[in-house]
Design a protein around this ligand. Sequence first.
Ligand code: FJE
Ligand code: FE
Length: 295
Amino acid sequence: MSFSSRGVKQVLLSVEQSEGVGAKVRRSIGRQELRNFDPFLMLDEFRAGRPAGFPDHPHRGFETVTYILPTSKGSFEHEDFCGHRGTIGPGDLQWMTAGRGILHSEMPLSDEISHGLQLWINLSAKDKMCPPEYQELRSEDVPKITKDGVTAIIIAGESLGTVSKIYTRTPTNYIHFIMEPNSRIEQRVPSEWAAFAYTVEGKVKFSAGNFIDAHSTVTFNPGGDGIIAETGDEPGNFVLISGKPIGEPVVQHGPFVMSTQKEIIEAINDYSQAKNGFENAQTWESEIAKKLNQG
Ligand code: FJE
Ligand code: FE
């Protein structure tokens, strides 16, 4: 039986912009033309080395997925207002459910540039105020499989018969495909899910279209069995991200993403008054911010 591939809907190249403090990002989902890609809110390809980074900031109502690319030279350090701390190195994965509230800092550990991807996945209204949770995997514990010149790193969901242990409150499939020249992959995607690819390096062709340059977002029409990707004479690597649309209103105010304007006002008040999940925001400051503020 033949595999029917989804058609390409849009191809958009991302240019670098400044974000956080001195960090550089190429924004995929979340930019003007790619708003409302339900259930996804943002995908940034980031580069940052000390002293740049993303110092103390809050989140509510969604999940952040930080994946440092296996080829990255630098690592990230993460620290939150409940005492959760750690490093995210090359190939490592941090799946953070902010739920009702997280206040944290995300900063490079070294002067060497850290290069990674951060995806924001919306939560359904029933999950938005859940307790915060982390799912963290070291590079060696992220499932990988190689077949016919294609390595699939399975961040969430399944590829080539290999399954991730990550629990997704919003059903999501997130695979990093690293392809040798002249290789091909068929990846199944539920026909009603939102799906896009983001090219990290090299040149990749989707659904028998044209070769797409690095740093491009390719969105797909719904339907079909999934996505076919191919390389030519150059290697290529990309992430393929798909998820079940939530189908609820999205009201976003920076790092707070809720379903109504009223809930956004509550989030702003809860954060500024340190209540309803933001209790520790009253006194907390990251170690890095403390050092900087001492001068
Ligand atoms: C944020 C501005 C920001 N992309 N990629 C406003 F920069 C951020 C933010 C990030 C971020 C962090 C990492 Cl580690 C990687 C990122 C934006 O932290 F949350 C808001 N609201
Ligand atoms: Fe953050």
